[in-house]
Every structure is written in C-alpha cells, then in structure tokens.
Design a protein around this ligand. Structure first.
Ligand SMILES: [Zn+2]
Length: 48
C-alpha cells in the first residue's frame, strides 16, 4: 500500500508513512496529524 503524507496542524511538521504519528515529535500534540497530498507536502517543506 502506498505511503501518504501527514501534516501536524499545530506546527506543520511533515510525516511520511502509512499513518500519522499518535503524538507529534515536535510539539507533542496528540492526534494532530491530518492527511495531505504530495503536492501540498512539498509546498510546506519548501516553505518550512
Ligand atoms: Zn506538531
């Protein structure tokens, strides 16, 4: 199955994998990750 991009909606951290992490490793917020598409992920990473 294809992996997906996930973004923390608190600190905009990007995670790539089958599911978003339960806790964001950057801001420690629980269940903060939302699925985004690859184009959006690259845009965020370029800005970030
Ligand atoms: Zn975060």
């Amino acid at each position: 199955m294809g992996k997906k991009y996930w973004r923390c909606n608190v600190c905009n951290d990007i995670h790539y994998g089958n599911a978003g992490p339960e806790f964001c490793p950057t801001c420690m917020t629980k269940n903060a990750y939302a699925e985004i598409d690859e184009q959006e992920a690259k845009k965020v990473m370029k800005l970030g």
